[in-house]
Design a binder for this molecule. Sequence first.
Ligand SMILES: CC(C)(COP(=O)(O)OP(=O)(O)OC[C@H]1O[C@@H](n2cnc3c(N)ncnc32)[C@H](O)[C@@H]1OP(=O)(O)O)[C@@H](O)C(=O)NCCC(=O)NCCS
Length: 243
Amino acid sequence: MAFEPRFAVAVEWGACAGVALPDVAPPESEWPAALHAGERAFARALGDARRAAWIGGRLALRAALDLAGLPCVAPILPTERGAPRLPDGLTGSISHKAGLAVAIAGPAGHPPISLGVDLEQLRPLRADIAARVLTERERAALPAAGPERERVVLRFFSAKEAIYKALDPWVGRYVGFQEAEVAFHPGGALSARVALAHGEGPFAIELQDLGREAGGHRQPGEQGLAVQVGAEQVLMLARARRG
Ligand SMILES: CC(C)(COP(=O)(O)OP(=O)(O)OC[C@H]1O[C@@H](n2cnc3c(N)ncnc32)[C@H](O)[C@@H]1OP(=O)(O)O)[C@@H](O)C(=O)NCCC(=O)NCCS
């Protein structure tokens, strides 16, 4: 079966879910029933290259909303900036890579927060992206050249992509990699601060690397399936709030 659920877990900020992605979407008759009619119509119009990932992202987001006890009766279509548009009171985000689509969803809260997620496959990088993606201080914290350095660079990258998605509803513009700074602390904790070029904010950012915390395979909790991301994947969550 295409789009099989891979995991769905309660997290501090709501719920996170993943579904397996086929290389190519199957015929519409085989699309899971959880996909809203409005989403089906949208997916029908997409090219083959995008369709499977887009459907998988919606299914992961709906699974996360369900687990968080936040059902959404409206179709989840993209905003003009490409983010999933959720009804007022809900926040959520999608990422897909290498056969897996993931999503996080939760209540938008009072005062409001917004969530972002990013999935990356740890791999040898084609180019050293550190100069473009990392600030001077972040580069100073890198290990010497080698696979560990590449892993750390990719984790910085993933954290910034998740931050980007969490900030998007607030700022609605492209945010450059130099506008956010991430720090990894002993024991695996992460922190970040943003200094936005257009003076927006201030924003408080929190980060969580679910892939790392899961150690690749979290034991099944009381709610939902175990997280099934490999040890070679980064599953980064970000939460943004004003303040
Ligand atoms: C938009 C962007 C974050 C997407 O990341 P990606 O690694 O290419 O792709 P992912 O699979 O992780 O994410 C794709 C999903 O992101 C979501 N998305 C797209 N644009 C978005 C936006 N502006 N805001 C929030 N989410 C967005 C969509 O849900 C999309 O999936 P869908 O089209 O199937 O619904 C990335 O392409 C980008 O433009 N980054 C900007 C630079 C940046 O990250 N700066 C960091 C500064 S802190």
